[in-house]
Write a protein of this length. Structure first.
Length: 93
């Protein structure tokens, strides 16, 4: 199970609001597909999917805010190894 965390989106940005999920729970996804759009007071960002798999659970829904580092969704993938991955494809937080 891969945990997707809210990535760092810039200096001084501590949280972002979920604007729109491009996917639903249970939906198959491919690495690089748009996963979710988030908005801060400075900009709007599209966060890509970090791996191939299926959306297992979405923890924050449209209009809700999540702090940097919080898990916003989980993805079932072929590997059973759990890891945190920020939405921009970098190292886990």
């Amino acid at each position: 199970m891969m945990r997707v965390v809210m990535p760092e989106l810039g200096d001084g940005i501590e949280k972002a609001t979920i604007s729109y999920w491009y996917v639903e729970e249970g939906q198959e996804v491919k690495k690089g597909d748009d996963l979710v759009e988030v908005t801060t007071d400075k900009a709007t960002f599209n966060i890509p999917c970090p791996c191939d798999g299926a959306i297992a659970e979405i923890f924050y829904h449209d209009g809700e805010s999540a702090e940097v580092g919080e898990v916003v969704a989980t993805i079932e993938e072929s590997s059973d190894e759990e890891q945190d991955v920020d939405g921009l494809g970098g190292e886990g937080v």
